[in-house]
Design a protein around this ligand. Structure first.
Ligand code: CP
Length: 525
């Protein structure tokens, strides 16, 4: 069974480390065959099927990704189509799902999509799989993310990793890399937070002024992935210390996205991430520079005097783009990949129960139950809300909890209490008869993790539950990712229900765009 057939690549983490190492072996084999003019080996990679549909849909500008994919698709003697979005029914308000469902019915097996809407490939891979089932299609289309907003650029990540390996004697044990430039907007550097796990030991130096700094969630992810991370505000600051990387990865400053205030500082921001001739003797021998390109003709951060030097790694990197994309298409089509054998098992963390029933105390002694529990004969008390936070914040969040749990408009009340150790906590009580379904308790656990739910019957705590964050939260209409570029944000009008997974540091990551939220942010306010 070929595990690559019909696989989507929405984020780089969709391919395991082992799968990527296999992928790079194939790229290397193809490049060597091309160099040796070994036609038989070259032909062994071709899909060679004029009915196999490869569809390019670029809703944002591109030269390298679009053209290298087009050339890669032509290599395969496949049916290559480019959608002209401007003349399509997108302008009549058609959704992504309806558009791509229909196109997948026309024998199109692979879609290559660039869009400013983040998470679009993940959404479409789910939707079109359902469509294929409903319509009895003999295949499930694959979606290859060619760059989605500020989120990820996984096919660029593949060619970047390949280029680093190629220039570093195929060493997949250690890497020390400097990421320089617009780390805030650059989707290629965001993909590195998971992509660099290809190497066992990773040291990353982030070089960007505050305005262009790597978002905190990606820095956290890098650290959780075991990378050693250092941060510098400029190339000059970086070069004042001695532990300088030999692999520098530049990204284009996207200042135009940042409003007037930033544009006023454009010159100094660019200077801090632009290499200069006088720095040549401060970098280690054997240093290589990389860049996903394009570079700006007026403000290149890797100036053109570097083109004809040994630092130039970016030209070969761009050429590798086509070879990597040939191999990706060959894998997804099932032309290669039969001989791949996985040895590493994916570590699935054991799920901890997120709602635990605890034994209510029998005693009626004063102080055994929280304030508010005692006065109710029948009802519920939600206790320990936002324990340890300040009273104003607890009150603010209780408004959301009431709405999420449908407790507005009922009798009862809420207040902020202080525990013996001085911590504040919120309490909501509602008298009456309550039946909580599993789904409702899950909502409570998501909106108020750490709280306890007391079910009071006949003046006693009949049942008591302690909650923690559920590992996944979805299937609720009032969840929403706060990133307005995300396919699941209401502003996109794509009717995509939000979905979140718990992060290692106890937050919620959007399953589409990767934006990290606190538990207070995932329900619509
Ligand atoms: N590297 C890259 O994505 O370039 P293009 O924008 O030209 O596709």
């Amino acid at each position: 069974m070929n595990r690559f057939i019909g696989r989507s690549l929405c984020v780089i983490d969709d391919l395991s480390r082992e799968e990527r190492l296999y992928f790079f072996q194939q790229v290397r084999k193809l490049k060597e065959a091309v160099k040796a003019n070994d036609t038989e080996t070259i032909n062994s990679f071709r899909i060679n099927d004029p009915d196999f549909g490869i569809y390019e849909v670029f809703l944002e500008n591109s030269t390298r990704t679009k053209e290298s994919f087009r050339n890669a698709a032509n290599f395969h003697y496949a049916k290559v189509t480019e959608m002209s979005a401007d003349n399509s029914s997108f302008s009549k308000g058609e959704s992504y799902a309806d558009t791509f469902n229909m196109l997948s019915g026309y024998n199109n097996r692979v879609f290559i999509i660039r869009s400013k809407v983040e998470g679009v490939c993940k959404h479409l891979s789910q939707e079109c799989a359902e469509y294929a089932k409903r319509n009895d299609l003999p295949y499930t289309p694959a979606f290859l993310n060619a760059g989605d907003g500020k989120h990820e650029h996984p096919t660029q990540e593949l060619l970047d990793e390949y280029s680093f390996l190629e220039d570093n004697n195929w060493n997949s044990d250690d890497i020390h890399i400097a990421l320089v430039g617009d780390l805030y907007h650059g989707r290629t550097v965001h993909s590195k937070a998971d992509g660099l796990t290809l190497w066992k030991n990773v040291k990353v130096d982030l070089i960007a002024p505050d305005e262009l700094a790597m978002p905190e969630s990606y820095v956290t992810k890098m650290k959780e992935n075991g990378f050693e991370v250092r941060e510098f505000k400029s190339i000059d600051e970086y070069l004042t210390q001695s532990d300088v990387s030999k692999q520098w990865y530049f990204t284009r400053p996207q200042l135009e996205r940042m409003g007037e205030k930033i544009l006023a500082k454009a010159a100094s921001l660019r200077t801090s991430i632009t290499f200069r001739e006088d720095l040549m003797d401060k970098i280690p021998e054997g240093t290589k520079f990389y860049h996903p390109l394009p570079r700006h003709k007026e403000h290149p951060t890797i100036p053109t005097f570097l083109d004809n030097t040994s630092l130039n790694g970016w030209e070969k990197q761009a050429i590798n783009g086509m070879y990597c994309r040939i191999i990706l298409l060959a894998l997804v089509a099932g032309k290669i990949g039969d001989d791949f054998e996985a040895t590493e098992k994916k570590v699935v963390e054991e799920e901890q129960p997120w709602i635990i029933e605890i034994q209510p105390k029998e005693s009626n002694e004063k102080g055994d139950v929280s304030e508010g529990v005692r006065p109710i004969s029948n009802g519920i008390v939600i206790d320990h809300i936002c324990k340890g936070e300040d009273p104003a914040e607890i009150r603010r969040h209780m408004i959301l909890i009431r709405r999420v749990m449908g407790l507005d408009g009922l009798k009862g009340g809420e207040w902020v209490s202080q525990s013996a150790n001085g911590d504040f906590k919120g309490i909501i009580f509602r008298p009456g008869q309550f039946e909580f379904t599993h789904k409702q308790v899950k909502r409570l656990a998501a909106v108020a993790p750490g709280c306890t739910l007391n079910i009071i019957q006949n003046g006693k705590v009949a049942k008591k539950y302690r909650t923690t964050m559920p590992p996944r939260i979805y299937n609720f209409d009032d969840l929403m990712c706060t990133n307005d570029a995300c396919i699941s944000n209401d502003s996109q009008n794509e009717n995509v229900q939000a979905m979140f997974t718990k992060t290692k540091d106890g937050r919620y990551m959007c399953a589409y765009c990767g934006k990290v939220h606190t538990f207070k942010e995932i329900f619509k306010h």
